[in-house]
Design a protein around this ligand. Structure first.
Ligand SMILES: O=c1[nH]cnc2c1ncn2[C@H]1C[C@H](O)[C@@H](CO)O1
Ligand SMILES: [Zn+2]
Length: 372
């Protein structure tokens, strides 16, 4: 389906965007990785200019395997071990999202990966929140505010999820709005961390789970049915539980004859948001190509789809670029992007009244301008 309008990259930057799935350690500026490495004496970087490093990350991450994709994080995590480095990376993250026209973001990272130089979990979170606050202040002073909140991630192959869940609750109301698990999915099912999820549910706290990315439907089933997740990180393989009408093309405007299995039905009925990350999903092999991405099918079937970056450095992307990619691939126009953005804002872990305010005062007026 061709879009009735042609959308440009500049216009995408102007759109008020909402980002729910972005990793702090996957979004560093290449120049900052180099600078921090020099200052800290880290000499294992695979390139020594910002351009070469950017290209190295994008190429190495473009592996078709989540495990190999994740290996690239060794270099970013290595230079994020001091309070000063964490604060700088967090502040620059807000600056970059703000420059890209993001109005609300939830940025996640795994505090347990930043303890090598002796920081405590709490000190790590404090440093990151300080960086976010300083980025927000600068944005507010520019007259175009951005709100950035933090999700703390536990690594699914490790055994600290309960401790990290307690960290999320301890920092609730101070900038942390939820919890996540990430890392290599195969062999590390969400149910390994049931204790953390039960604790969070008892605390009326929010969480999302990376599921249905490298591993299929069983992982999504566990995340929604056993763990009770609020959202799905990716969740892209929910498509494996959907049978399309014979001969349906990915751009088919109607999938009325689609047959949903029990898991897909549950995800859609409960309006469980899918944090889809088109470019990253191709790099990790979650989908074979952008043309094969089920984004459009899921959107047409009225799943609660949202657009996300995952790792801006590894995928050499931004929210605007993900919008452009979807526009070029599926012909989406502003009404579609407004719907995906409202989907994201409704699904955020921010208090309800603040979500409504952003929808009514920022997102809808912003898209109204673009729609002329
Ligand atoms: O897409 C992903 N799937 C699973 N784990 C991921 C993904 N992107 C980043 N991570 C991991 C690597 C990071 O070090 C960690 C915390 O941000 O989360
Ligand atoms: Zn992710």
């Amino acid at each position: 389906m061709a879009s009735p309008v042609t959308i440009t990259a500049d216009e995408c930057r102007l759109a008020p965007k909402v980002l729910l799935h972005d990793h702090l350690d996957g979004g560093l500026r290449p120049s900052t990785v180099l600078d921090l490495a020099r200052r800290q004496g880290y000499d294992a970087l695979p390139a020594d200019t910002a351009d070469d490093l950017a290209e190295w990350f994008a190429t190495a991450a473009d592996s078709g395997s989540l495990e190999r994709y994740l290996e690239t994080f060794a270099h970013t995590v290595a230079v994020m071990q001091s309070a000063g480095a964490l604060e700088r990376v967090a502040r620059e993250c807000v600056e970059d999202l703000h420059a890209d026209g993001v109005v609300y973001a939830e940025v996640r990272f795994a505090p347990e990966l930043h303890l090598e130089a002796g920081l405590s979990l709490d000190e790590v979170v404090v440093a990151v929140l300080r960086g976010f606050a300083s980025g927000e202040e600068a944005a507010a002073a520019s007259g175009r505010p951005i709100i950035v909140r933090c999700l703390v991630t536990a690594m699914r192959h490790a055994a600290r999820s309960r401790e990290i869940a307690e960290l999320a609750v301890r920092f609730r109301g101070r900038g942390v709005v939820g919890f996540d698990i990430a890392g290599a999915e195969a062999g590390n099912p969400p149910s390994r961390h049931l204790d953390a999820f039960e604790y969070l549910r008892g605390e009326c706290s929010h969480f999302t789970i990376h599921a249905g990315e490298a591993f299929g439907l069983p992982s999504i089933h566990e995340a929604v049915a056993f763990c009770g997740t609020d959202r799905l990180g990716h969740g892209v393989r929910v498509i494996d539980d959907i049978v399309l009408p014979a001969g349906a093309a990915p751009t088919d405007p109607s999938f009325g004859g689609a047959k949903l299995g029990r898991v897909a039905d549950y995800v859609r009925d409960k309006r469980i948001p899918l944090e889809l990350c088109p470019s990253s999903n191709v790099q990790t092999g979650a989908v074979a190509s952008l043309a094969d991405h089920p984004f459009n099918i899921l959107a047409k079937l009225r799943f609660r789809v949202t657009v996300n970056t995952d790792n801006r450095l590894m995928s050499n992307t931004t929210m605007s670029r993900e919008f452009m990619v979807l526009h070029q691939q599926f012909g989406y126009g502003w009404a579609d992007f407004e719907r995906f953005t409202v989907n994201a804002m409704k699904s955020a872990f921010l208090p309800f009244d603040e979500r409504l305010r952003l929808i009514d005062e920022v997102i809808k007026p912003g898209f109204a301008v673009l729609m002329g």
